[in-house]
Design a protein around this ligand. Sequence first.
Ligand SMILES: [Zn+2]
Length: 181
Amino acid sequence: MCNNFNKKFIDEASKALRDQNEDASDDAYGYMKQAAAIAIKGVLQNEGGPFGCVIIKGGEIIGRGNNKVTSSNDPTAHAEIMAIREACKTLNSFQLEDCIIYTSCEPCPMCLGAIYWARPKKVYYGCSKTDAAKIGFDDKFIYQELNMELSKRKIPFEQLNREEAMKAFKAWEEKEDKIEY
Ligand SMILES: [Zn+2]
């Protein structure tokens, strides 16, 4: 009797907690664990850095990714990018509507940009960028570069032949059946 009461109380309390913050459920912890497991697997298989990511929609994993920079000679093969590509393929869409991203580490500026373009509902991250910097993955300089005058960046940026490049913009502006995003 007493046990039943306790169980009922705990069930109701955890339900209330989930209603209040439905994403931070046991499932959420499980998804982050999967992101971390993918990261470890990537390290053991010499695929790249220790980063993993899963993307969830409606309780299902629709995209997975781990860092494959060194094994695929692709500097953009970060876990989040790989997972976003797979998830978008699964959904046959260029938007991650109502999706939740679980990434084993706080995204770098490139992935942050990709995440904003993909427009998911929420992002959970495991390790922080400070944790990443401690093991040699420091993306602080990219954040610093963002605020730098273009000509003073470590990689110089210089504007050239705007007139020619603007023709593509004009074509877009005039196109009537374009798919906006
Ligand atoms: Zn990244």
